[in-house]
Design a protein around this ligand. Structure first.
Ligand code: NHR
Ligand code: GAR
Length: 215
């Protein structure tokens, strides 16, 4: 399965996929990495793994549509089976998301549908929630609103700050993103009329749930 990964920053989720590919546990070939920001660590990680990596700066385009058209051309030249948003920080236009419907994933650091958008860890702490987590979902034009595939739920500790909480969420991201990609690569996962199916069974509104609140 050919995979293109879109990033904006450190690329630790990209690294988890690279590691899975390298160890032979993930049936994928990452055929390209594209960042909308230059000089980010994720691009270095790709280069170090021998993966073609480019920066395509959104600031060089005068509209979201123009950037998305250029991005789509770059991606489609790589003929991917799956597009993976891994810490990608630009909102995508409806034409773009429709083009990759059913074959584009995002990982979002909250228990969707809670806390769509940015600064999720801070908002969880401000709300006094005792549980938090991360969601892998199919991307649709509804921002962070596409159908969930897989969620990992963790506990919020009384002494948590944004940093400690983000770190524990990230640990789960590195487990569940490769898992979801593996399912797709083995043909076990599909999106049909807004419902996610795993092994031909419809998943519920949270996707497949992994509860790590007691570990
Ligand atoms: N695009 C669509 N259409 N649908 C989704 O579900 C998307 C998406 C693009 C990115 C990731 C998402 C997240 O996991 C994602 C999901 C960026 C923003 C944002 O506000 C919001 C959500 C997500 C990513 N971006 C600002 C913008 O104007 C820029 C912020 C910045 O550069 O720091 O694009 O949270
Ligand atoms: C991850 O926590 C990811 O869930 C989050 O950014 C981090 C990227 O880390 N994504 C978003 O907030 C999307 N808006 P990484 O670059 O090390 O994979």
């Amino acid at each position: 399965m050919r995979v293109v990964v879109l990033i904006s920053g450190s690329g630790s989720n990209l690294q988890a996929l690279i590691d899975g590919q390298r160890h032979g546990t993930l049936p994928i070939e990452i055929v390209g990495v594209i960042s909308n920001k230059t000089a980010v660590r994720g691009l270095l990680r790709a280069e170090q793994a021998g993966i073609p990596a480019i920066a395509l700066e959104h600031t060089a385009y005068d509209s979201r549509e123009a950037f998305d058209t250029a991005l789509r051309e770059r991606i489609d030249a790589l003929t991917p089976d799956l597009v993976v948003l891994a810490g990608f920080m630009r909102i995508l236009t409806p034409g773009f998301t429709r083009h990759y419907e059913g074959r584009m994933f995002n990982i979002h650091p909250s228990l969707l549908p809670k806390y769509q958008g940015l600064h999720t860890h801070r908002r969880v702490l401000e709300s006094g929630d005792t549980e938090h987590g991360v969601t892998v979902h199919f991307v649709t034009d509804e921002l962070d609103g596409g159908p969930p595939i897989l969620q990992a739920k963790i506990s919020v500790h009384p002494d948590d700050d944004e940093k400690t909480l983000a770190a524990r969420v990230l640990e789960q991201e590195h487990r569940i993103y490769p898992q979801a990609v593996e399912w797709f690569g083995r043909g076990r996962l599909r999106l049909h009329q807004g419902t996610v199916f795993l092994d031909n069974e419809p998943l519920g509104p949270s996707g497949y749930l992994i509860d790590v609140t007691h570990s």
